[in-house]
Write a protein that binds this ligand. Structure first.
Ligand code: ADP
Ligand code: MG
Length: 398
């Protein structure tokens, strides 16, 4: 179902509530990765240019008791936003009350304020995270229209997304949320074929629903990473000390049966004796993994095999690194596959969903070569599972 976006409404002179995902990583009080702020700029800039009065808010980190407040204040983010927008951002250090209401009422067309971490409301009984009806209603009362641009929390039913949406007339998607809906939702609904899904990461158990859903829609599902070993075991191979989820072997057998002709596992791996960045690496045929070694990456033949499928693909969705990419020695599989996906950019839609997979590609400096890198970790995973996300469902249909 097509969703309304900010292009479908008038914002001039209106108080525009904008839910963004500014849940950025902080190290010693400094923003260590500002990607989420950068990604939200087009929406905010558009609203300001149109003469809207922007009221921006987000959650940040987890707030369990009073002592978490100091480390999770959005003030540092407001300062950074102000620099990136080249415009004064009035930071209001509360989440409700007269100070906030006055600041909202003093906003002029094209001006912006940001209020404090929505999760500060969790201190009084998880009001934000459990979508307390009073809170959503209160925040909705501060604005005239609601723009949801927070994909990273779209899988959560919170006061600051669903709560506001149910108490205001217009709820539309910002450009970032629209992009996620079009690329992930649109691709799953109507992919250009051949459609190749690539799945990796640590555990099968994290990805069962993703595998099942992608088996329904993709033409090929290439499996690597830690989760591949439970599949190898299910096929009867000895996997030494590789990552194994013994209680998922039967499930892996079922998935292999379900995905006959679609699932591709490759036939060689890179192993090491210890889980260590300096550990010596060996190339092993899948039929001969020594009992005292563990699989750390996909092997060269498997890389080449995966690349033959990627080369002719018109759609690629990738979730989960193919090896322990955090150790440079075992990053080759993930890097090579990332590289070969960038080579089909002109002919295909290429999407990454998943926090670590996105981090890997950014770390390799290959992010530009992808059509879309999802900004959600948990949200993109649930979207790939084929679930309806509350933060998207609450946006008005066209
Ligand atoms: P994403 O965040 O992209 O969804 P996951 O969280 O599922 O990905 O998995 C990422 C982790 O999987 C990485 O930390 C990586 O080191 C690990 N991993 C990949 N391959 C292996 C392997 N062969 N053995 C152990 N861990 C692995
Ligand atoms: Mg992860």
């Amino acid at each position: 179902m097509a969703k309304k976006t900010i292009r479908d409404i008038q914002v001039k002179g209106k108080k525009v509530l904008i839910r963004v995902d500014f849940n950025v990583p902080l190290k010693n009080g400094e923003i260590s990765d500002e990607n989420r702020i950068v990604q939200a700029l087009p929406t905010i800039e558009y609203i300001l240019e149109q003469g809207g009065r922007a009221i921006v808010f987000s959650h940040l980190g987890r707030v369990k008791d009073e002592s978490d407040k100091a480390d999770n204040s959005l003030e540092v983010v407001a300062k950074r936003l102000s620099v990136l927008l080249n415009k004064k951002v009035n930071f209001v250090p509360v989440t409700r009350g007269k100070v906030l209401e006055d600041a909202v009422n003093q906003l002029q067309d094209g001006e912006i304020l940001m209020f404090e971490n929505t999760r500060f409301e969790d201190l009084k009984g998880k009001k934000e995270s459990k979508n307390d009806p009073e809170l959503g209603k209160y925040w909705a009362s501060l604005g005239d229209v609601f723009v949801n641009d927070a994909f990273g929390t779209a899988h959560r039913d919170a006061a600051s997304n669903v709560g506001i949406a149910s108490n205001i007339k217009d709820c539309v998607a910002g450009f970032l949320l629209e992009k996620e809906i079009n690329f992930i939702g649109g691709t799953l609904e109507n992919p250009k074929r051949p459609f190749v899904a690539i799945l990796g990461g640590a555990k099968v158990s994290d990805k069962i629903e993703v595998i099942k859903n992608l088996l329904k829609v993709a033409d090929k599902v290439l499996i690597g990473g830690g989760m591949a070993y439970t599949f190898f075991k299910a096929q009867g191979y000895e996997i030494g000390n590789s990552l194994l989820e013994a209680d998922k072997i039967d499930l892996a057998k079922e998935l292999l049966e379900l995905g006959k002709g679609k699932i591709v596992l490759g036939d060689d791996v890179i192993t090491a004796k210890t889980f260590d960045p300096e550990s010596e690496k060996n190339v092993r045929n899948i039929t001969s993994i020594p009992a005292d070694e563990m699989g750390m990456d996909i092997g060269p033949r498997t890389i080449a095999l995966f690349e033959t499928y990627i080369a002719t693909a018109k759609t690629v969705i990738w979730n989960g690194p193919l090896g322990v990419f955090e150790f440079p020695r075992f990053a080759e599989g993930t890097r090579s596959i990332a590289q070969s996906i960038t080579e089909i950019k002109d002919q295909a839609t290429t999407i990454i969903g998943g926090g670590d997979s996105a981090a890997a590609v950014i770390q390799f400096g290959l992010a530009e070569g992808f059509t879309h890198i999802s900004t959600g970790g948990g949200a993109s995973l649930e979207y790939l599972e084929g679930k309806l996300l509350p933060g998207i469902e609450c946006v008005d249909n066209k």
